[in-house]
Design a protein around this ligand. Structure first.
Ligand SMILES: [Zn+2]
Length: 124
């Protein structure tokens, strides 16, 4: 596989991974027994996940905010969701995986853009 072929393969692979994980998240949230609502952009808001991710921060005396911390647990989202909802736990894991996949997709896009830039320089 040439470098260009690898770059195209990586772009395609990482995009498919992001799409797969997005479907997995949707499917997991769709089976959550919790009440579901839609946010402004149409994506579902599941209370279990919202509660698991909810953060707050103390106000300093000067009005600035200090350390942020989770409202409903001591920082272990996974442990909180094990006790709360297995479907949302599955979604949480897929959300973490998708963050990584999106990062890799971004790298793959930048790699192709850089190759294109280099090709333009070689044309001159
Ligand atoms: Zn749930």
């Amino acid at each position: 596989m040439s470098a260009a072929e690898f770059a195209i393969f990586e772009l395609t692979r990482t995009r498919a991974e992001v799409e797969f994980l997005s479907r997995q998240i949707g499917s997991a949230l769709g089976t959550c027994h919790d009440l579901q609502m839609k946010s402004d952009d149409g994506s579902p808001i599941v209370e279990h996940l919202k509660d698991a991710y909810a953060m707050t921060s103390d106000q300093n005396e000067d009005g600035g905010s200090s350390d942020r911390y989770f409202v409903n647990h001591d920082g272990d989202v996974g442990a909180y969701l094990i006790a709360t909802c297995w479907n949302c736990l599955t979604a949480h894991h897929a959300i973490q995986d998708r963050k990584l996949a999106r990062k890799q997709y971004g790298i793959a896009k930048r790699r192709i853009a850089l190759m294109g830039t280099n090709m333009m320089k070689e044309e001159k």
